[in-house]
Write a protein that binds this ligand. Structure first.
Ligand code: SF4
Length: 64
């Protein structure tokens, strides 16, 4: 499974970064940097929490 970002929706608020910092980082320009695309099984719940926490509904988890 991997993370998909809808960059047209992302507003750079950074909630995803606070929930799953191994995967998400908001850059100095306010753009989201996806640090890792593929989800480690042991961190699946954390990434799911980040996806749910995004207020802009910019994140989703998709099949490889
Ligand atoms: S929480 Fe959503 S809107 Fe905020 S930076 Fe992450 S993906 Fe973008």
């Amino acid at each position: 499974m991997k993370i998909k970002v809808d960059r047209g929706r992302c507003t750079g608020i950074g909630i995803c970064e606070s929930v799953a910092p191994d995967y998400f980082e908001v850059g100095d320009d306010g753009g989201l940097v996806l640090l890792r695309e593929h989800i480690d099984d042991s961190q699946r719940a954390e990434v799911e929490d980040a996806v749910r926490a995004c207020p802009a509904l910019a994140l989703s988890i998709v099949e490889d």
